[in-house]
Design a binder for this molecule. Structure first.
Ligand SMILES: Nc1ncnc2c1ncn2[C@@H]1O[C@H](COP(=O)(O)OP(=O)(O)OP(=O)(O)O)[C@@H](O)[C@H]1O
Length: 247
């Protein structure tokens, strides 16, 4: 089933046009990778999906349906709750680990300490962080290592119980061990969540995604099963990109 349906999407910032007539559907509980050269509009695409683009001074036209309903007909809060986002640079709040993980649940009305403790434990376990930091829950989250901070940010995004998780280059600042941790985590999550990941790392797209979309200069050039994109792309520009000719 397609959880997001994107029709004739144009997006940009003021007079600057970035995305040009993008139409594609995103499959539920699959990992979709968005690839393309720097500046082609990958982040812009991601931020239109949960309307973050509006906060970034941008705008869009066209239609984005989330579970067959226009995202404009949802409250912004509700779309952000359902479609969570993790950024390139880890962005833990300058609070304790515990408070990072209980912030959204408290915002959404959970008050029971036992319930909050459980949410912290479950999400740390999901993020593979429980054993590492279980004893330091009241430590400042900004004191964690970069890789731990990023895993915490993914765990924090999950505490809002989203259905879709948008990840914008989540591994670009991390070393190989942390990249592996995050990739394993995402593969586990794809059973329960729909994941859309922007990545510069073609090997990463190949390793973890089910579908890959190639964007060039704001246009969706090709969108197919990842295996097909990497072995037998239809468009010569896709072929050139995955062969490293440009980008
Ligand atoms: N908030 C903004 N205001 C104005 N222009 C912006 C803004 N964000 C992005 N842009 C411009 O939109 C274009 C697409 O940027 P975007 O970040 O979407 O590309 P990208 O493919 O994600 O790039 P990268 O791979 O380098 O992160 C670029 O020309 C960029 O300068």
């Amino acid at each position: 089933m397609d959880i997001l349906k994107i029709n004739n999407l144009f997006a940009g910032y003021g007079d600057k046009k970035v995305l040009k007539d993008v139409s594609m559907n995103i499959k539920r509980n699959k990992i979709t990778a968005i690839i393309g050269p720097s500046g082609c509009g990958k982040s812009t695409f991601l931020t239109t999906l949960n309307r973050m683009i509006e906060e970034n001074g941008g705008n869009f036209t066209g239609e984005i349906l989330y579970k067959d309903e226009d995202i404009l007909s949802y409250e912004k809060d509700s779309i952000r709750k359902n479609i969570g986002m993790v950024f390139q640079k880890p962005t833990p709040f300058p609070f304790s680990i515990y408070k990072n993980l209980t912030y959204a649940p408290i915002y959404y009305g959970i008050t029971s300490k036992a319930e909050l403790d459980k949410i912290v434990e479950t999400n740390l376990k999901e993020a593979g962080l429980f054993d590492e930091i279980n004893k330091d829950l009241h430590m400042l989250a900004t004191k964690l290592s970069g890789g731990q901070q990023q895993r915490l940010c993914i765990a924090r995004a999950l505490t809002a119980k989203p259905e879709v998780l948008l990840l914008d280059e989540p591994c670009s600042a991390l070393d190989i061990k942390n990249i592996q941790n995050i990739e394993e985590m995402l593969l586990r999550f794809s059973r329960d969540y729909t994941i859309i990941i922007v990545t510069h790392n073609l090997a990463q797209a190949k390793r973890i995604s089910d579908y890959t979309a190639f964007i060039l200069d704001g246009e969706l050039i090709e969108y197919e099963k990842t295996e097909k994109i990497f072995t037998n792309p239809i468009d010569s520009r896709t072929k050139e990109y995955i062969e490293g000719i440009y980008g």
